[in-house]
Structures are given as structure tokens and as C-alpha cells.
Design a protein around this ligand. Structure first.
Ligand code: UDP
Length: 236
């Protein structure tokens, strides 16, 4: 079977921790990695962008550093800790994985080089993008849109704690309904919060579909990488 375009999975840092004080929970890391391995195949390459919110978000230091970007650099370093955890979890479970970032860090991350990334993806290696865009004032959602566009991803799979996009907040409004599909224009008109605005704008401009799904549910990541993915699709 011909190889499909890669899927770009966005894993937020929160997905790697359970409640409590630990920043990384081994069972959570193993579950996420196991599901990624199960969803990837020779026909379906998978790349991952991981966040750092379980460890550090730049905004949490707002005003408390020499200049505003310092907290963001810390946040980007946090994503690299998570990227290493994912690489380790994937390798321990028999998969192949490499960490790629804007800048090389020996033993931690390769420098982003598109040809090399595409060769890894074609060979079935799960490429984990850590370190965000490498620039402050962005998020890992924007990194997902950017790397997704660069590698020609079929879609950005945005793991969330809700199972899609609703007409209203389902936790507050019992009449809220879930959309299976929205156009980018409908998502803008409805002011539905899908990704941060920079990320959303980039996906829209590059015609890169976004799928929002509940990644906290067991099996959901594998399903999102499969033929009948759950959640809401936002596309042209
Ligand atoms: N960050 C950044 N530039 C980027 C990506 C991330 O400065 O391109 C910083 C930012 O401070 C952010 C933190 O890294 O708060 C962690 O990323 P994010 O909040 O997106 O993680 P998530 O919420 O997905 O776990």
C-alpha cells in the first residue's frame, strides 16, 4: 500500500502527568507512547509535537524575569524534557524515535533538517518535535501548525480533554452539541476556541486540517491515527 502523508499529533504536557505533584508519570508516558506506536504503521508515518505545560509555561513567570522572553525559553526547555520522555517511552516499547528541535543539543535533540526528518518518517521513525518553534512568544500549538505545514501533514491532531468542538461549553450548557465537521470559516464565525490564533491562522492559510479529539480516553490516540478518527475535523 502506498505511504500516506504523515499525521502530526500535538500532545500537551498535561497529558503526560496525572494529578499530583509529579511532572511526568511513567504510566501516562507509556500509555501515550504505546498508543502512538499502535497507530503508526509502514503506511502511516507519525510526527509528534509535545508541549511543556506540565512543567513550565512562560506566562507563569510574567513580570518576574529580566525580560519577558526568559520564561518562554524555560517553557521551551520544558518541552524538551517531555520530548525525551516520549522518545524513551517509544524506544522502550520497541518503536523507533528521534527528537528534533530548532537547535541541536547533543544527546537530546537533532537540529531540524527537513530532508532528514522526511527520511525518518518514511522509514517509520516517530519524530518528536521538542523545543517549540525555537522562538519566544509562540506556543507548541503554533509549532504543531508550523511543523505540520513543513512536513506536508495530512492533518494536525490536537489532543484535548474534550471530545471535540461544541456549540457551547458542554460543562456549562446541557444543550451544547458537538460538531463532526466545521469549515475554517465556520470556526471563525462561531468564535470556537480550537487552537491559539496564530496556530489556527497558519493551518487555515496552509489548508491544513485540524482534528480536535479527547486524548485522555484510552485508545483515543490510536483511533485518531486510524481510519475512523474521533472528534471534530476543521478543514476547508
Ligand atoms: N514556548 C515558546 N515558543 C514556542 C513554543 C513554546 O516560547 O514556540 C514556551 C511558552 O512559554 C509555552 C511553553 O513553552 O508556555 C510550553 O508550551 P505550551 O504552553 O504550548 O505547552 P502545552 O500547553 O501544550 O503543554
Amino acid at each position: 500500500m502506498a505511504q500516506r502523508a504523515p499525521l502530526l499529533l500535538k500532545v500537551s504536557g498535561e497529558a503526560l502527568k496525572a494529578s499530583g505533584d509529579s511532572i511526568l508519570q511513567a504510566e501516562m508516558v507509556d500509555r501515550v507512547c504505546g498508543e502512538i506506536i499502535a497507530g503508526a504503521s509502514a503506511e502511516q508515518p507519525v510526527a509528534v509535537v509535545v508541549g511543556g505545560g506540565n512543567i513550565m509555561r512562560g506566562a507563569s513567570l510574567a513580570g518576574g524575569t529580566e525580560y519577558p522572553a526568559v520564561g518562554d525559553y524555560m517553557g521551551m526547555l520544558a518541552t524538551l524534557i517531555n520530548a525525551l520522555a516520549l522518545r524513551d517511552g517509544i524506544r522502550r516499547q520497541g518503536g523507533s524515535s528521534e527528537v528534533v528541535a530548532a537547535h541541536a543539543i547533543p544527546n537530546v535533540a537533532h537540529r531540524y533538517e527537513r530532508d532528514q526528518v522526511m527520511r525518518w518518517l518514511e522509514a517509520g521513525t516517530i519524530v518528536v518535535f521538542g523545543g517549540g518553534t525555537g522562538h519566544p512568544f509562540f506556543t507548541t500549538d503554533t509549532t504543531a501548525a508550523l511543523r505540520g505545514a513543513e512536513i506536508g501533514a495530512a492533518a494536525v491532531l490536537k489532543g484535548s480533554s474534550v471530545d471535540g468542538v461544541y456549540s457551547a461549553d458542554p460543562r456549562k450548557d446541557a444543550s451544547a452539541t458537538r460538531f463532526d465537521h466545521l469549515s475554517f470559516d465556520q470556526a471563525v464565525a462561531g468564535r470556537y476556541a480550537i487552537m491559539d490564533q496564530t496556530a489556527f491562522a497558519l493551518c487555515r492559510e496552509r489548508h491544513l486540517p485540524i482534528r480536535v479529539f479527547d486524548m485522555t480516553e484510552a485508545g483515543a490516540i490510536t483511533a485518531a491515527l486510524g481510519d475512523n478518527p474521533p472528534g471534530t475535523l476543521i478543514s476547508d
